[in-house]
Design a binder for this molecule. Structure first.
Ligand SMILES: Cc1cc2nc3c(=O)[nH]c(=O)nc-3n(C[C@H](O)[C@H](O)[C@H](O)COP(=O)(O)O)c2cc1C
Length: 174
């Protein structure tokens, strides 16, 4: 699939997934796209955890109680690492992980899979990140930012409309 087609085809899928497994080589392709994302200072604070094991998926499903996360044959966890940069000790981890996340969503869309970026549900419900860290052995200076279910959607959807182009894009002067 052409890059621009993948950009159009990607959407947030919140329904149930078919049980069809996602082949390992596809998962590797998808996370490789994540590793190719830019990162501040090329420090690569983003990392990825692929989970297909049914027991671990069930344990994660229990933490979330979410239709997509419970049924997806594969989960990709987006993990960031705290890393201070420069004299002002700025941590770019959220930007680094965000860039990687978008690459992952687009790569999955290009291969025909549906996904959902669940940062809100991971970070806004207290205790979830801690439970995931304990379950999965996430180091203390790392955070699970989102669990991304990946698979074939039972009820495919599409991207919701965007604001008008002219509202979001200006030429020469804002
Ligand atoms: C940082 C971030 C966090 C998000 N967290 C969630 C989430 O927790 N749950 C969810 O259903 N969607 C989440 N989304 C998906 C957005 O709701 C979605 O991208 C937006 O509504 C536009 O729809 P689209 O992805 O289908 O184009 C998140 C997206 C981003 C970028």
């Amino acid at each position: 699939m052409d890059f621009f087609e993948a950009v159009e085809k990607r959407y947030s899928y919140r329904g149930e997934f078919e049980s069809t497994p996602v082949p390992r080589e596809d998962l590797i392709k998808i996370v490789t796209a994540g590793t190719k994302a830019p990162s501040a200072g090329n420090l690569q604070t983003q990392s990825f955890l692929i989970i297909t094991d049914p027991v671990t998926r069930a344990a994660i499903a229990e933490i979330f109680n979410h239709k997509g996360i419970s049924t997806a044959p594969a989960l990709i966890l987006l993990v960031s690492r705290r890393q201070e940069l420069g004299p002002n000790k700025i941590s770019f981890e959220l930007k680094d992980y965000g860039a990687a996340a978008e690459n992952i969503l687009l790569a999955a869309a290009a291969l025909g899979y549906a996904t959902l970026w669940t940062d809100g549900e991971t970070s806004m419900v207290s205790g979830r990140q801690e439970k995931l860290a304990a379950l999965l052995g996430i180091p203390e200076d790392h955070s699970v930012r989102a669990v991304v279910p990946v698979g074939i959607p039972k009820t495919p959807g599409q991207q919701p409309p965007r604001k008008p182009f002219d509202e979001l894009v200006k030429f020469e002067k804002y």
